[in-house]
Ligand binder design. Sequence first.
Ligand code: AMP
Length: 210
Amino acid sequence: MRLILLGAPGAGKGTQAEILSEMLSIPTISTGNILRAAVKEGTPVGLKAKALMDEGKLVSDDVIMGILEERLQKDDCKNGYILDGVPRTIPQAKAMKEMGIAVDTALSIEVEDEVIVERMGGRRTCPKCGNTFHVVYHPPKTEGVCDFCGSALTVRKDDKAETVKARLATYHADTEPLKAFYEAEGKLRSVDNQPTIELTTAEIKKALGI
Ligand code: AMP
């Protein structure tokens, strides 16, 4: 299964990717998580990406393609992968095609903007392993502590209200057209956001036929 998750920032792609990853025994590749790690380590890519990320703008396609190509070469991607946050633009989708990166299905999680804005305020992220939680909808077992690695959870800088609005605008302008792109290839499946994570997972399983 080579799956792309589409959807606005905060639509639940990361959370659902984590669940599907375990269910299907394939890795999730999140360009956002890779970039945040690069920023933290202060690598050249991280230094280039930081300001753009803080403003809710997109990092350049060539940087993203380089990251993706390197990650997909690892052994764990042999039986499939889940791409979370990439492709983010039509040029990225075209570049992936040219590079021979296969996609079986593009799954779009549909959530209204107002719901996104409310949700992002409660999002907490693990700065070490990248897993995300929500204070109400997906709380960690111990408040403020990552279930997976025990690190203290933080609020992502780009989850601030003004940045969320900028990221939503970027999503509608640059990323949403990917739905038509994959629809034209007969690969698009869409699910509506449900009141709980479990119900959304159930819809996704139905849409994917798994
Ligand atoms: P995310 O965690 O997917 O919301 O990504 C956080 C930020 O990283 C985005 O707002 C962008 O600045 C950057 N980013 C992540 N993936 C991509 C991508 N495929 N193309 C361009 N920028 C990206």
